[in-house]
Design a protein around this ligand. Structure first.
Ligand code: HEM
Length: 454
């Protein structure tokens, strides 16, 4: 597969051509960037109250449009007319560290690569990943149980997610290099959301670029070994994956896809599992409902979680979905229009940067009454029946819909099973966790919880 740049180019539209869209571009150069960083949810809510569901803003050095609500999500994410480029949207943010990750490819080329990667997410390999996740989670929960009391949830969850990724993505026998690879990878992920976007020495971005070099060296050395030996982990699966014509993915493709997959999984799982447990800590009733569900699975405390048992956890799935509604790990998604289009009566020229916003849509009170309340019952079949199919989009939708969605549910349910079977979780009276919602939701103070064995 060739390493080609997209077949289309773009010129950002002249400023005047967006003047008919209501909005406010803020200060010269910095535009609205600082306001968005300070309070992303409040900023969008204030603007939508003032301007409606389409408005003009100036973010990260460019005039762009924010398109809000389920119809906007459907137009941009489902993209029936193939007029929104993800390469030219996400590329500005992730292109330096994760070039040619799946989400950064477009249209026909994207479809070919997505099909090749899909083999790694079929049920047989997923069962192998579950075996590793299960062992790792059981071991960690046992450690937490041995030291009950106060704990900072976010860093503990981050470490767990990293350790689980090392075994399920790279293989249980990765060996002593694991710490070095993990550090390189953490540097890349941190750099992907760094404010300074150039690799100036001493910055997070420079550490990220060095991390990428280390990861490239590791994968390049390992690919021939994995091709020969095989293996059950995700990396070994990709080393065997082929295109439609039977050709193996190239070394460069595997490097790009693996780096991206690890990034796509890491912060999203850390964020969502933290908010999931945080909500259960604040809601003892739902916590007990989920614990009862786990008990009814009838799995002995020291027995592994089987793949089929995960289907018998509908309440846990609903609660996880509700956590994803409240704090979507990808709060906004960028695209660039490659053709002129219209939305809500506005003509919008090719080249315009647009963003859709799950965080806003997930809190629209006409769709989600009392939007700040945690209520997993919003996800019963009945409650969902008449809801717009793009009202809940934590995993996106359309061609780029998250490829790791089932992996995420699997890890969440496996975690719920071990955690709730062994521990109860609560918050100190009067304590409200303080979340930062952008670029990826994360509790500023780490989220203090209290664990007790059950
Ligand atoms: C709760 C956890 C997760 C959330 C909320 C999440 C969210 C998302 C979203 C919103 C997108 C689409 C972005 C867009 O269209 O602009 C996406 C894409 C993707 N995600 Fe996830 N993700 C999660 C976990 C994972 C995991 C565990 C993996 C891998 C094992 C993964 C792999 C991917 C890949 C490969 C894509 C690109 C798909 C494509 O472009 O075709 N994600 N994810």
């Amino acid at each position: 597969m060739s390493v080609a740049s997209p077949a289309y180019s773009f010129t950002p539209p002249k400023r005047n051509s967006l003047k008919h869209i209501p909005g406010d571009e803020g200060w010269p150069l910095i535009g609205k960037t600082l306001e968005v960083l300070a309070d992303p949810k409040g900023h969008v809510e204030r603007n939508s109250a003032k301007y409606g569901l389409v408005y003009r803003s100036h973010l990260f050095g460019e005039t762009s449009l924010v398109l809000l609500g389920p119809d906007a999500n459907e137009l941009v994410l489902f993209d029936q007319a193939r007029q929104f480029s993800s390469t030219l949207g996400w590329g500005r943010i992730l292109g330096l560290l994760f070039p040619r990750g799946l989400m950064l490819l477009d249209f026909d080329e994207h479809r070919l690569h997505r099909r090749a990667l899909s083999v790694a997410f079929k049920s047989e390999p997923m069962k192998s990943y579950l075996t590793e996740l299960d062992k790792g989670i059981a071991g960690r929960v046992a450690q937490w149980k041995a030291q009950p009391g106060p704990m900072l949830l976010y860093p503990a969850m981050k470490q767990l997610t990293l350790d689980l990724a090392a075994t399920s993505f790279l293989g249980a026998d990765i060996g002593p290099e694991v710490d070095d690879i993990t550090r390189a990878f953490v540097d890349m992920v941190a750099a992907s959301v760094a404010v300074i976007r150039r690799p100036i020495p001493g910055t997070q971005m420079a550490r990220g670029v060095n991390g990428r070099k280390r990861i490239i060296a590791y994968f390049s050395e390992q690919i021939p070994i994995r091709r020969e030996k095989g293996g059950e982990d995700l990396f070994s699966q990709l080393c065997q994956a082929t295109h439609e014509n039977g050709a193996l993915l190239s070394t460069q493709d595997i490097i790009d896809h693996m780096s991206f997959l690890m990034m796509a999984a890491h912060d999203t799982l850390t964020s969502s599992l933290t908010s999931f447990v945080g909500e259960l800590a604040a809601d003892p009733e739902w916590q007990q409902k989920l614990r009862d569900e786990v008990t009814q699975l009838g799995i002995a405390a020291d027995a592994p979680t089987s793949f089929v048992k995960l289907d018998a956890m509908p309440l846990s799935e609903m609660a996880f979905k509700e956590a994803l509604r409240l704090k979507p790990p990808v709060p906004s998604m960028p695209r660039r229009a490659i053709r002129d289009f219209t939305f809500k009566g506005y003509a919008i020229p090719a080249g315009t940067m647009v963003g859709v916003n799950p965080l806003f849509t997930h809190h629209m009170p006409d769709i989600w009454p009392e939007p700040e309340e945690f209520d997993p019952a919003r996800f019963t079949e009945e409650a969902q029946r008449n809801r717009h199919r793009f009202a809940w989009v934590p995993f996106g939708g359309g061609a780029h819909m998250c490829l790791g969605l089932h992996f995420a549910y699997m890890q969440a349910k496996c975690f719920a099973r071990h955690f709730l079977q062994n521990l109860s979780v609560s918050l100190e009276p009067g304590y409200t966790p303080d979340w930062q919602m952008w670029p990826i939701p994360k509790p500023r103070d780490g989220l203090r919880v209290i664990l007790k064995p059950v």
